[in-house]
Write a protein that binds this ligand. Sequence first.
Ligand code: AMP
Ligand code: ZN
Length: 120
Amino acid sequence: MEGCLFCGIVAGDVPSTAVLDTETCYAFRDINPAAPVHVLVIPKEHIDSLEAVGSSQAVLLGDLIDAIRAVAAKEDVAESGYRVVTNIGEDAGQLVKHLHFHVMGGRSLRWPPKGSEAGG
Ligand code: AMP
Ligand code: ZN
C-alpha cells in the first residue's frame, strides 16, 4: 500500500535488518528495541491490523504463527520464553497501520503493561 512504512520495508525501499524471509511473511529487527530480542513479524501483503483479518485468511495466519515460532527459535528464546504482542488501534498505541507482531524476549518481561484499568 502506498505510503505504508512496512510495505516499503517489504519492497526493499526502506532498509531493515532481516531475521526471516518466507514466501508470505517477513521478520526484521525493531529499530527501537525494548528487549534484547525485539523482532517484528509481518505479512508481506498489506493488512491494516488484526481487526482486518479472519478465518478466510487462515493459511496466512498460520504462516505468521510459524514465522513467529521460527524467529523465536532463531533468536534462541524459544526455551527461555518470549512475548508476542500485536497492537490494534489508538488505545493500544498502534503506530504503524500494517499488521505486525512484536516478538520480544531475552530478559524477564513484566506483566501487565503499565497503567491500571481505572486509568492510572
Ligand atoms: P506499534 O506501536 O505496535 O505500531 O509498533 C511499531 C513499531 O515499529 C515500533 O516498535 C517501532 O520502533 C518500529 N519501527 C518503526 N519504524 C521502523 C523501521 N523503519 N524499522 C524497524 N522498526 C520500526
Ligand atoms: Zn503496508
